[in-house]
Ligand binder design. Structure first.
Ligand code: ADP
Ligand code: MG
Length: 686
């Protein structure tokens, strides 16, 4: 059997089905075997409607009165029906599955499996799966449920699987680290389990296999990176000392350590590939400035990539002058930059040493004379392709050194699995005098009594002594909103827009200057608003999350995040990091609209300001895909493994290490090597 043959070679898959499957990413026979059930139903355990208890239930009955209506709110299609057996009847409800209304024949019996619960005062089974009773094999107790793909239902998958049941025996072994036959059996029992226990065991192996592949891919990437050549940049001790001595502050020990790691990497003729992790406000930019200076001393160029124009401009203003004192020529390149062709020519001619910019830096016509270092700030904001584009801008045939920076820590388990034991430096120390941000969850009904008085107090407090704009009268406030404009049906919307909130606050704080900022404004407008905020001219800035990354206004000491429930933990932490950057006490209020008790996310945020702790919590709550940007776009869909399964990761890690010890293995295990290609593509950092 050829595992890499097209799906159409399978019995039961004709050209039309093959087309559908291929569109769903199921291209080969191998892919098909690995299309695992999303769940199993035990129809033998079906009970009577009268005996149901709240929670997961399986019943068997006929369905009638099926109809669909549209909910006014949120554009939801609600399909309802009534299921009867000879003991009783129960309502069933589906959301946005209008095909359900056409699915059933009233005379036939179906199994329904779902959650029996009290909703809006009525008992119902919510979003049950439904299977024609006649289709259920009475001899096998667990029925696999597959994700339907454009016209191919779970039932179709079951049928095709059943048709190739005798083919599983031909599946060869994949990994050297497990007993022969384990893979074949695992795949078989994942599709045809005899019990819950057997299914779980099969899936355990498949998770291990997946982690093995992922880790192997990452380790090979790392090896390949080590084979590339880069310009060796010697450590210029005296000059660096001079530069550090000229900074307006003392470096933290963590900054020193990180810089030292970087200098050591850059001294080697292989490209550095280091991730600098540091909580918001830990001073990553300064570390990048040190690396930059070092490269420029070697007559090389540096590109610093930032995710937004505001942030690029801020870096330019912060480190440009510091570097300028030592003769370094720095330029800003964003979408709004004027005279771009002239600037690009200067970059190509080597008349500019450091280019700080946004995506505008990535265009093909931005070419360098001698690019030796690339710094990517908030690197999780960029996709793999974007990062790769920049890495290819080194004309000399050498690869540039790469320093990626992020405030969203990558948990250790991900570092191992996805990045093959990435080189990481951590800024685990904030500059002296930083404040913990007191954080509090408030409901919207508490705005008037609790929030407004606090805001007034902040606005009247004398400006932060660390650094504040010349126009500041008091301390300043950020207020974050979800939407820019009001939605058309403003009465039902629970989200207050930036514009409306700014208007309301202007009525409350009549003597204060309140302005808004959002992503749809022109770059020049945005910059102007940010500048007025930084100078202290604006007291309250009502904004969308465009202020999320990097913006540094130490005199802003209070942040309000409206609809806090709608953001992820990492994003909330990042937003909160906009305050607490000066020496004054800082506050963050998380506003929730409903009266449901606040989520675990918000409670954790209230408790802790430690980004590393919060990242671990986030990984547990949401899984890694959401946290790690490059993977965010569904690129890395793990079939089955969980990246928080540290035990299994450790095992796979050890076994991959052994596997790699013999170079022959890579020739011998052809299927494995071919199968990991896609992971290699996805997980490369440069
Ligand atoms: P982040 O790590 O979030 O990118 P930044 O690099 O923006 O942090 O630094 C935050 C602020 O701290 C900036 O105003 C920067 O000038 C300042 N800063 C950096 N290093 C130090 C230090 N060692 N001591 C005091 N302030 C520092
Ligand atoms: Mg930063």
């Amino acid at each position: 059997m050829d595992l890499f043959a097209g799906v159409e070679s399978l019995k039961g898959v004709g050209p039309k089905r093959a087309e559908i499957l291929k569109r769903a990413g199921i291209k080969t026979v191998r892919d098909f075997f690995y299309t695992l059930p999303r769940d199993y139903e035990n129809y033998q355990a079906a009970g009577s409607i009268a005996a149901m208890r709240p929670g997961k239930v399986v019943i068997r009955g006929k369905i009638s009165d099926v109809s669909t209506r549209r909910a006014r709110k949120r554009n939801l299609a609600i399909t309802e029906g009534v299921v009867r057996d000879n003991t009783s009847a129960v309502k069933v409800v589906w959301f946005n599955q209008s095909y359900r209304a056409r699915q059933f024949e009233p005379e036939k019996e179906y199994f329904f499996s779902g959650t029996y619960e009290l909703k809006n005062g009525r008992w119902q089974i919510t979003t049950p799966s439904a299977t024609l009773a006649a289709d259920v094999d009475p001899t096998s107790s667990l029925m696999p449920i597959y994700v339907a793909h454009g016209g191919l239902s779970s039932r179709d998958f079951q049928k095709i699987m059943a048709g190739i049941r005798d083919k599983f025996i031909e599946i060869p072994d994949l990994l050297p680290s497990v007993k022969p036959g384990v893979r074949r059996d695992a795949l078989f029992y994942a599709h045809f389990p005899e019990s819950v226990k057997i299914a779980a065991k099969a899936r355990d192996y498949l998770a291990y296999e997946e982690l093995f592949e992922l880790i192997l891919a990452a380790r090979l990437n790392k090896r390949e990176n080590e084979k590339l050549k880069a310009e060796a940049v010697p450590f210029a001790a005296a000059k660096i000392r001079d530069f550090v001595g000229n900074l307006p502050f003392k470096l933290t020990n963590a900054q020193r350590r990180a810089a030292w790691d970087i200098f050591q990497d850059m001294e080697k003729p292989v490209p550095m590939n280091r991730l600098l992790q540091g909580d918001v406000g830990s001073g990553k930019t300064m570390v990048a400035a040190l690396a930059t200076y070092e490269a420029v001393l070697e007559k090389a160029q540096v590109a610093i990539l930032a995710p937004t124009a505001i942030l690029a401009a801020q870096h330019y203003e912060n480190i440009g002058p510091l570097l300028g004192k030592f003769g370094v020529r720095t330029a800003l390149l964003t979408g709004a930059t004027k005279h771009k062709p002239e600037l690009k020519k200067q970059i190509l001619d080597g008349e500019v040493d450091v280019v700080i910019g946004t995506h505008a830096l990535l265009t093909d016509d931005t070419e360098f004379k001698n690019l030796a270092l690339v710094v990517i700030d908030e690197q999780h904001r960029f996709g793999v392709e974007q990062r790769q584009k920049l890495m290819l801008k080194s004309p000399s045939g050498l690869a540039p050194h790469l320093l990626s920076m992020t405030a969203t820590p990558i948990p250790r388990s991900l570092q191992l699995t996805i990045f093959g034991d990435l080189d990481v430096s951590v800024l685990n120390e904030l500059p002296a005098g930083r404040q913990k941000v007191s954080t509090k969850i408030l409901t919207e009904t508490e705005i008037k009594d609790q929030l407004y008085p606090k805001m007034r107090e902040i606005l009247e407090k004398s400006p932060d002594e660390k650094r504040h704009g010349e126009k500041a009268h008091g301390q300043q406030i950020y207020w974050i909103c979800k939407a820019i404009e009001d939605q058309a049906d403003a009465t039902t919307s629970e989200v207050t827009s930036v514009k409306k909130r700014a208007k309301r606050l202007s009525e409350v704080f009549k003597d204060k200057n309140i302005e808004f900022l959002h992503g749809k404004m022109k770059p020049a407008e945005k910059d102007a608003v940010m500048e007025r905020f930084a100078s202290g001219e604006i007291d309250i800035l009502v904004s969308t999350t465009v202020v999320e990354v990097g913006v540094d206004v130490p005199n802003a000491t209070l942040m309000v995040i409206e609809n806090a429930e709608s953001y992820g933990l990492a994003q909330l932490h990042q937003l909160r990091g906009r305050v607490g950057r000066g020496v004054s006490e800082a506050y963050c209020y998380l506003l929730t609209s409903g009266d449901a008790s606040p989520s675990r996310r918000l409670r954790e945020l209230e408790k802790s300001c430690d980004g590393f702790y919060l990242a671990e919590v986030d990984l547990k709550l949401r899984g890694p895909g959401e946290i790690y940007g490059a993977l965010q776009h569904g690129a890395l869909d793990l079939r089955i493994a969980s990246l928080s399964d540290t035990k299994l990761i450790a095992r796979a890690q050890t076994d991959v290490g052994e596997f790699l010890q013999s170079g022959e293995n890579m020739l011998k295990y052809k299927e494995l090597m071919a199968g990991i290609k896609k992971y290699q593509q996805l997980t490369t950092l440069n």
